[in-house]
Design a protein around this ligand. Structure first.
Ligand code: ZN
Ligand code: ZN
Length: 286
């Protein structure tokens, strides 16, 4: 008897220029079953308002494309761990608006970069992030969106480049905030976690489990890395075209059912090819 094949939830960060629904159709056109997108301009403080017309177009596109497990990526300006009170206030405000848009569009995940210490210490930054998140407890329960801490490359003063940071934040807020983790392959590799081989993955997952808990691993950003292991520099490469290599992605496709989102640099035509390659890996397993 043939076992029913599990649906592969795989997509890319598509463009919402012209309306959120456009990101869904762009995903459909490249063979994606999910997408990540920006609900608002990621480089502006002032958040966008989604009107009735756009919401209707979104809902229509959702049913036409059959996309599920949709993820929003928060604005690059937001720093929930800022030691600067004015910036912190602005960040929390922008993050709240982001959560509201996610609720309105009923997206599954809101992926966010934990924060950056800037002039403060890492410990202070982590504590501020925890406080910021806890201050949103009422709001987050008004919808179904789960917040996902994204692992970072550790560029500049950003925190979240080691599993200890992510684990600390997660364990302090879980129970109050629906929260999980999105592993970005380029970022963890640049941060020093080797994932180039099966053996390396096993070791890295053991570390993840010790500090965070594998049950909190909710999603992946799939990116190869231009820079070397431990470089702490965040530069995405196409799948198989960077320092990580294909074996890593084969391992992910055959070992994890969590949703996966490409953020590779060459856009829709290349994503289409990458989705084809990655799907093949997953199907080989069956
Ligand atoms: Zn990412
Ligand atoms: Zn990145």
């Amino acid at each position: 008897m043939q076992e029913q094949m599990k649906k592969i939830i795989l997509g890319a960060h598509t463009s919402a220029a012209g309306g959120a629904h456009k990101a869904l159709y762009e995903g459909k056109a490249i063979g994606a079953t999910t997408i990540q997108f920006f609900t608002s301009n990621q480089k502006r403080w002032k958040g966008r308002t989604i009107d009735k017309e756009e919401l209707l177009a979104w809902e229509k596109a959702l049913s036409e494309t059959g996309m599920t497990q949709i993820m929003s990526h928060d604005s690059y300006l937001i720093n929930l761990g800022s030691p600067d009170l004015e910036l912190l206030t602005k960040s929390k405000e922008a993050f709240r608006r982001e959560i509201e848009r996610c609720h309105l569009l009923n997206v599954s995940f809101l992926n966010f970069h934990p924060g950056a210490a800037t002039s403060g210490t890492i410990e202070e930054c982590l504590e501020t992030i925890v406080d910021s998140l806890l201050s949103m407890e009422n709001l987050v329960h008004q919808g179904k969106t789960k917040l996902l801490l994204e692992t970072t490359a550790g560029q500049g003063t950003s925190v979240g480049y080691c599993f200890e940071h992510i684990g600390m934040i997660l364990h302090e807020v879980k129970g109050h905030i629906p929260i999980g983790v999105c592993v970005d392959t380029c970022h963890i590799f640049a941060a020093g976690y080797d994932i180039r081989t099966k053996e390396a993955w096993r070791k890295t997952l053991k570390e993840f489990d010790r500090h965070i808990g594998l049950e909190h691993l909710n999603a992946f950003h799939l990116n190869d890395s231009v820079k070397d292991l431990g470089s702490r520099v965040d530069r995405h490469a196409d799948i198989g075209a960077g320092k990580i290599g294909l074996e890593c992605f084969r391992y992910i496709m055959t070992h994890f059912d969590q949703p996966k989102y490409l953020e590779t640099p060459n856009g829709p035509p290349r994503w289409k090819d990458e989705i084809t390659i990655l799907r093949k890996y997953a199907e080989e397993k069956n």
